[in-house]
Structures are given as C-alpha cells and as structure tokens.
Design a protein around this ligand. Structure first.
Ligand code: GAP
Length: 481
C-alpha cells in the first residue's frame, strides 16, 4: 500500500493531467500559491457553488444572496480589525533567504515529536506556542525556535532573523489622478461586503430577524507560506453566510448552523468518520463560540469550514467607523438593536480538494487497473458521454442525435476516438457517471448500452429512457431532500 504522501502526489498529478487544476502562469514557471481551474475543475467548482447556493439561499426563505464588490472603502478594514490585526508571525532564514511562518515551523516540530512518540514534549511545546501566539509574543516564538533547534529545511542552518508580524492583506491604489490616490485592499474575506450591506438588504428585502445574507466570491490573502496545493492559496474563493439574530439567542443559532452545515457535507455520501468538529480553544476577541468542520485529507484532518458566533462586533464597529446607524427595529420587542451574527464560512477551493480527494480511487481490476473519480453524480463535471462504437455506418450520426437531445439539460461529452475500453477509462478519470455506447443494434431498435462508472456494469436501455435515468441520478434532489 502506498503512503499518504505518495497518494497526495498522485492526486495533484491527476488533477493536472485531466484538466482540473493547473498551476497559474505555468509557462512562466508559475506564481506561488495561485492556481487556475481547467475545463473539468471549473465545472466541478460551479457545481459545488450551486450545491451550496441551493442549500443556503434557495431552500431557506429567510436567507438571501448578494454579490458585493472586491474593492471596498479602506476604512472597512480598519473597522473590521484587519488593518491592525490580520497578521501572521514570519521569520526568515538568513542563509537560504526563505521565509516561514514561525507557527508553522513549530507545528512541524510538534508533529515530529508526536511521530517519535515524544508526546509530553509535543504537548508542552504546543502549550507554549499557543500562549505566545495569544499574547503576540514574537520574541517568545523566536526563543522556542532556538530552544528546539529548528533548522531551515532548505539551508539546514539556524541562522534566523527575529520574528515579525506580516499583514496578509494585498493593497493597491485606486484613481488615476494625483490626489485621488487612495490605498485600497483586495478583500481578505467576503463577509465584510455582507455587513456593510446589512441595512440595504434588510430594508429592500423586507427581511425580519432572524435572517441571513449569503455570498460567494473571491478573497485574497498574502499567505506567508503556501502549503498543500490548493489548501492555502493567495487568491481563493469563499462561500459565506451571515445570519442576523436577536442578541442573546446567538448560541442557539450557532448550534443550529453547526448541525446544518455538517449535514450538508455528509449528504455527499462521504464516510462520516472523515469529518470532525474542532472547537476553537482560543476565541477571537469578537467571538463567543467558534468551531471548524475538519475533513481528513491524505495529510490529516484540516479545516474546511468555520462556524463563528461573532456577537454584534462587526455591525457595531461599522456603525462606529461610518457614523451610520446599523440597527434593526424589532416589532415584537418594540425596540431597535444591533443584531448578533452567526457566520458560516467555507473555502470553495478546500471543499473542492476534499471532494476530489474523496472521489479519487485507484482500483486494481482482474487484468488491469484504473483511476476513477467517484464524484456524487450531481457534482460530476460531465454527466454522460456518448460513444459511437465505430466511426462509420451511421453510428456517429445516431450518437450525435442523442447528444442533441440531452446536451441542453446535462453537460455531455461526445467521443469517438480510440477503443471503447480506452474511452471508458478516460471518462472514469474525469468522473463521468454514465457512458452511453451506440452500436449496430442501436440503429435497429433505438437502444444503447449504458455503462455505470462505479460498478462498471452495463445495461441495455431504450434511448427514450436516457433522459429520465440521468435526470434522476444527477438531480439536486438526491442531495437536498
Ligand atoms: N469570514 C471568516 C473567515 O474568513 P477564515 O477561517 O479565515 O474565516 C474561512 O476562512 C474559510 O476560508 C476557511 O475555513 C478555509 O476553508 C478558507 N480559507 C481561508 N484561507 C484560505 C486560503 N489561504 N486558501 C484557501 N482557502 C482559505
């Protein structure tokens, strides 16, 4: 059996070879921690967005969706705390000139101690690191790196700079003429676009508390160190929902959303043992509860989604910094207040990676082997492929007619090149649930064979029945009912 490191390498290689994820600007040797989604990756990503949007916006009458701009007034990031507090502790090795996150170096050392069975030492280091991170004690972090004799993986030396804070926001300037120039940031989270539109949506949508505002969009973070493929990117996408509630009821809603969000993940048919909750030991200054939903990737359990009870912090801050009231008049209580907020925040790219890892299967067959992506059919980039057995005798025409009947409703693929076996393997590799083969019998009686991806079983069905069969299996109802 291969080790998990090799498995993850195979997954990354497969995602590139079959058009899911490419390194950005590859012909220029790439750009650190930035990736492009290829032809199948874009489809899978869109399907994940649809799954989330339907579950959050369409199925909840009290949740509505928006699409706010990436650029926002710079004061927003002062109010939210990002200008002053959105930092990572970084350290440089003077010999290799490589930059690291100090906490990552220490986490790697903790993992090493665990591997060596030195659990006490690991626990002690973890405790010290957490305490220093909490108090922003950068000298303390440096001291730990020195005490534990951590060397740079590249140069092998312990010639370190001091630990410094590094703000993760990207900035640029807006306006072409002098005087107009103003520093603006590329948003590091989509949430603030929701907070500053709270009253716009509440009033125009006549929303009554409790209600939610959702959005999907790009976020940017100048991560000090990029790790684990699309897990930690500098440009990524978030799917966030802020749920506005009466103050004092937030912990009930927090419990509700915790349950709902895990249910959403599990509906995809993933082994429940691959998911777990991880409560935040240290809470951010504005939160009174926070939990991560973690998925077990080949490199271990890692956060995919966060659920946070953010109190009234964000709205109150924007109220103060903008000088505009951000309050809700509650007709039942006959008074106005700043609502408390529960946030659900999922990284689309991490969700993509978890779904991809879960689907990736290397199978040994009797005289062969195959790599197959066992996506839930509703998420599969291509729903069905139509394959004429030969390129002559009217079979391509028959196959094209089937394509034409189905392609308006499903993402289809037509393929007539190579042997049928090779064509099946190609579809397995991109996760297509159905292969429809058109043969000579099809010309006689309007039937085709359908080969099912996971079982590889084949059945003969009428062309007439194809639409219903595919529709039933790929329907969002299979996930959302
Ligand atoms: N509004 C709250 C917020 O942004 P977060 O825990 O910083 O919270 C939420 O981010 C989610 O966004 C994470 O659970 C993760 O899935 C995703 N995420 C954060 N940073 C990321 C990065 N650099 N690359 C990819 N995904 C990231």
């Amino acid at each position: 059996m291969q080790n998990t490191e090799q498995l993850f390498k195979n997954i990354i290689a497969h995602s590139k070879e079959y058009g899911f994820v490419f390194p950005s600007s590859e012909i220029y040797d790439g750009l650190g921690a930035v990736y492009d989604y290829g032809q199948y990756g874009a489809e899978l990503k869109n399907n994940l967005k649809t799954y989330w949007w339907k579950a959050m916006v369409q199925l909840n009458e009290n949740i509505t969706g928006i699409d706010s701009a990436i650029f926002m007034h710079p004061k927003i990031w002062k109010a939210s705390g990002h200008v002053d507090g959105f930092n990572d502790p970084m350290i440089d090795n003077k010999d290799s000139k490589k930059r690291y996150r100090a906490d990552n170096l220490l986490e790697d050392r903790i993992a090493k101690y665990h591997k060596e069975g030195k659990t006490d030492k690991a626990a002690q280091l973890q405790e010290q690191m957490d305490a220093y991170l909490k108090t922003d004690d950068l000298a303390g972090l440096k001291q730990l790196i020195e005490e534990h004799e951590i060397a740079c993986p590249v140069s092998g030396t312990r010639n370190w700079t001091d630990v410094r804070q590094f703000n993760l926001m990207f900035s640029t300037k807006m306006g072409a003429t002098a005087g107009e120039n103003e520093v603006v940031y590329l948003r590091p989270e989509t949430a603030q676009g929701i907070f500053v539109n709270f009253l716009n949506v509440q009033k125009t949508g006549r929303m009554k508390i409790p209600f939610g505002i959702a959005q999907i969009g790009k976020a940017f973070r100048n991560e000090v160190i990029a790790r684990q493929f699309i897990m930690r990117m500098r440009e990524f996408e978030q799917m966030e929902m802020q749920f506005f509630v009466r103050p004092g009821t937030e912990l009930e809603w927090y419990a509700h959303w915790k349950e709902m969000r895990l249910k959403w993940h599990l509906a995809l048919g993933v082994d429940p043992a691959r998911y777990r909750f991880h409560d935040h030991a240290k809470l951010a200054h504005y939160a009174n509860a926070a939990v991560d939903i973690e998925y077990e990737f080949p490199f271990g359990f890692k956060e995919v989604e966060g659920i946070h009870s953010r109190t009234d912090f964000d709205l109150s801050q924007h109220q103060e910094f903008s000088g505009k009231k951000l309050q809700y008049f509650d007709p039942e209580l006959n008074k106005s207040y700043v609502p408390a907020v529960i946030e659900t925040s999922i990284g689309l790219d991490r969700m993509f990676l978890s779904v991809f890892c879960n689907a990736y299967t290397e199978e040994a067959l009797e005289n062969d082997s195959r790599t197959v992506l066992k996506f839930h059919p509703a998420l599969a980039p291509v729903k069905a492929a139509v394959l004429p057995l030969t390129r002559k005798d009217g079979l391509p025409e028959k196959a094209r007619a089937i394509m034409d009947r189905l392609k308006l409703d499903f993402n289809m693929q037509y393929d007539e090149k190579d042997s049928i076996g090779k064509r099946y393997r190609r579809q397995d590799a991109i996760g297509t649930p159905f292969c429809i083969t058109v043969d000579y019998e099809s010309l006689e009686n309007d039937t085709v064979t359908v080969r099912h991806r996971d079982s590889m079983q084949q059945e003969r069905v009428s062309i007439e029945s194809l639409y219903g069969m595919i529709a039933e299996r790929v329907s969002w109802k299979t996930l959302l009912q």
